[in-house]
Ligand binder design. Sequence first.
Ligand code: NAP
Length: 494
Amino acid sequence: MPHVVTQACCGDASCVYACPVNCIHPTPDEPDFGIAEMLYIDPSTCVDCGACVTACPVGAISPGHRIPETQKRFASVNANHYVDPSPDAVRFPVDGLWRKPLAPIEKPRFRSSLPDPMRVAIVGSGPSAMYAADELLKNPQVRVTVYERLTAPFGLARFGVAPDHQSTRSVVNLFDTIARHPNLTILLNVEIGRDITLEELREQYHAVLWAGGAPTDRPLQIPGIDLPGVQSATSVVGWYNGHPDFVDATPRLDTERAVVIGNGNVALDVARILTADPDRLATTDIAFAALTALRASSIGEIVVVGRRGPEHAAFTLPELVGLVDGPARVWVDPADLEHIDDDAVHGTENAEKILLLREIAARPVPDEPYLRLAFGLTPDEVLGADRVTGMRFRRTGTDEVVDLDAGLVFTAIGYRGRPVPGLPFDDARGTVANVAGRVTRGSEPIPGLYVTGWIKRGPNGFIGTNKTDSTETVKNLLADAESGVLSGVHALAR
Ligand code: NAP
């Protein structure tokens, strides 16, 4: 039985490089890698060796005969990816199967012309920072110091992943291993701009790599948005994960219905946790205060609202499979699925989402508390005088008004990077201005300054996506060091 990639796929592609027969796609050099919702094993070419299982940092790959019951659907999700070969697929000469060619992997080499020692500061200790540190430390001349504002490392891997996604959270074990490298120092509780300036940092290191993420929410600008009872999904995620910035962000759960605006994976996380069985959450590392509050919750329904139709849902297929086959109680009103253009979604990843949504819609309304996926509603106004009493929507593309009573409204419409003093900011993208990780002013790179992660590419992708992203930045940083661009920039670092 071939191996199968399941829900927790983090996309860091370690499995791709471990696979001896190139049966896992898309690979980081294939065009669809950046937009793929997960990686897939080709069942017709997998030789069942298990190399990918060992390489995966989040335990997302199972041998076909041992897939957990709730993940069984992923066998067909993996196989279906290979049904229609893309135009750039070629027939593999040995077995005649469809396969995309894997670009040659760059061999590690000893970079003899790096400064020795070469000192690099990384700001932030989340996934993109740790993957960058790992890549840098492959060079014995490099010494890395990671600066972290909080008193615990690993950023979103620790404080952003939902507590019922224990597999994904296990990526911190990989970061722990990286952190033990003798040439790496992590300084906790140090904030750049408060305890030390960026300029001071630049004076002491050959290069500064900013990996501070996209820490704010995209704002939803509609009337009533400032009413008590409206809060960002980020604050709720931080609250149930024990993030020190959000200990006071307890939502008032004494209401029958809550609404989540946006239907990305963050929206699903929040709605799933707030409707989960507290006894099940008690087996996870959810913050104790959150668990206590959830035990007393009166919420019966959380409506996750997308402004576009189901064929454009922002949540990913793996998360939807997890919702449908897992312990969550979920429902879709069949009326919301009436106007789908099946021709438009045929052959796309979204076609499988539609099948699953139809499966949910055919089920009876679950017992409370449950999560409802609603579509085609554009937020117009938060209703209420002293606090939220409901949400007013327009049916998207029409003037039809749809009101929903609700005592809580969570906005989950994406994250946004914050300007970093001293680094040019691209306001339109909400990122630090950069080309492939080199920070730029105008079109010119600023020697010695680099970015990676969400502050480089914007708030998209999974934890493992940062591996490829950070590898690109580090490659350019090391190329600059080798070509002498960094020498002479930072007096004390030499
Ligand atoms: P996201 O995937 O970009 O979803 C944002 C949602 O907000 C979309 O539904 C979008 O609708 C909607 N939206 C944006 N502006 C809006 C407006 N003005 N009014 C109403 N709706 C609006 O963002 P996210 O959920 O924050 O996730 C960020 C990234 O982290 C994603 O790549 C996600 O996959 C990843 N993530 C992954 C996991 C996981 O793997 N378990 C968990 C959490 C996050 P439109 O589509 O119509 O624009």
